[in-house]
Design a binder for this molecule. Structure first.
Ligand SMILES: Cc1cc2nc3c(=O)[nH]c(=O)nc-3n(C[C@H](O)[C@H](O)[C@H](O)COP(=O)(O)OP(=O)(O)OC[C@H]3O[C@@H](n4cnc5c(N)ncnc54)[C@H](O)[C@@H]3O)c2cc1C
Length: 281
């Protein structure tokens, strides 16, 4: 359903004219995500808080236009694309870290906070938020939650879902809900938090979240091992874990990736790894 002139004017009223656009330039900029597919929205809105988000969704429900939430547009599932037109609702103005509580190991944040910034802020206080998608420097916590993002540290620490204690969200009707708890133990009732995490914006717009933190690990050591055969490398990974050692991350690079990194960084990686054995056999 295309956004009508009348609905657009009402959206402008909700968020203010500077935060609502249907210029071609803005619509093109918000037509993409990391899938490189293109779906032009009818308009882009930048609400500042949950009340504006609630008003937008209430209007959309009443006047029948689509709304697609979006953080930084780095998702790889197409979830932030206006596949059916309508409005892209960008959360980047909701970018406050409301509280980092060292005593309770929790934090209250808004969805537009960039994940890398959040990592820095909690680590300054001796705390640790493990989920680390490789897009952390630009993706938002809201997008990470909606995608249930993982990252290299998931080997040891799990994924985003494991660090979300509670949420506030606005449903497609415009109603606001609160889910979950603010404590490590939360066992009562339906687990709506887990339903919303990973729902890719289809169930509502997350407007606030309570995240679980850990103490910052005291030291991190990194080691590299070079293998002539991919199979032996894979067996070694299984053997390390079988022996009860869970590394913080484990990354495997085949010869092609290794050469790309070496061409780019020139840090002395062995260009012949894996390949030398292939030649011999
Ligand atoms: C270079 C690169 C590296 C990556 N590395 C990893 C990785 O290592 N591990 C991994 O798991 N993933 C990885 N990803 C994908 C990762 O899941 C996304 O980058 C990230 O989670 C999306 O965040 P975003 O702010 O860009 O969200 P967007 O792309 O804007 O949105 C993603 C989804 O979330 C929804 N959404 C956004 N905000 C809200 C909200 N407030 N409420 C409800 N729904 C919302 C959108 O509708 C959409 O469905 C990578 C992506 C890139 C481009």
């Amino acid at each position: 359903m295309t956004l009508s002139e009348n609905s657009f004017k009402k959206l402008q009223k909700i968020v203010g004219k500077p935060h609502c656009s249907r210029s071609k330039a803005d619509r093109v900029c918000y037509a993409y995500d990391a899938t490189a597919q293109v779906f032009l929205p009818d308009a882009v809105v930048f609400p500042k808080d949950r009340h504006e988000i609630a008003a937008i969704l209430f209007l959309a429900n009443k006047e029948n236009f689509f709304v697609t939430p979006r953080g930084s547009g780095s998702g790889m599932t197409g979830g932030a694309l206006a596949v059916n037109g309508g409005v892209i609702l960008v959360t980047t103005r909701l970018n406050r870290i409301l509280e980092i509580n060292r005593n309770r190991f929790i934090s209250h944040v808004e969805p537009g906070v960039v994940t890398g910034r959040f990592h820095q802020e909690v680590e300054k206080r001796g705390l640790f938020y493990p989920p680390d998608p490789a897009s952390s420097e630009f993706s938002t916590l809201g997008g990470n939650l909606a995608e249930c993002a993982g990252g290299p540290r998931a080997v040891k620490y799990g994924v985003t879902r494991d660090y979300v204690l509670g949420l506030e969200a606005v449903l497609p009707t415009g109603e606001m809900i609160k889910t979950g708890v603010q404590t490590t133990k939360g066992v009562v009732g339906y687990d709506l938090t887990r339903l919303l995490v990973g729902s890719e914006g289809t169930l509502g717009v997350i407007t606030r979240m309570t995240l679980r933190l850990l103490p910052l690990p005291e030291t991190i050591r990194t080691m590299t091992a070079v293998f002539d055969q991919m199979e032996v490398a894979a067996e070694t990974v299984s053997e390390i874990i079988r022996r009860g050692i869970i590394p913080r991350t484990m990354e495997y690079m085949d010869n092609a990736s290794l050469r790309c990194v070496e061409d780019y960084l020139g840090i002395g990686l062995p260009r012949e790894a894996e390949k030398s054995e292939a030649k011999r056999s």
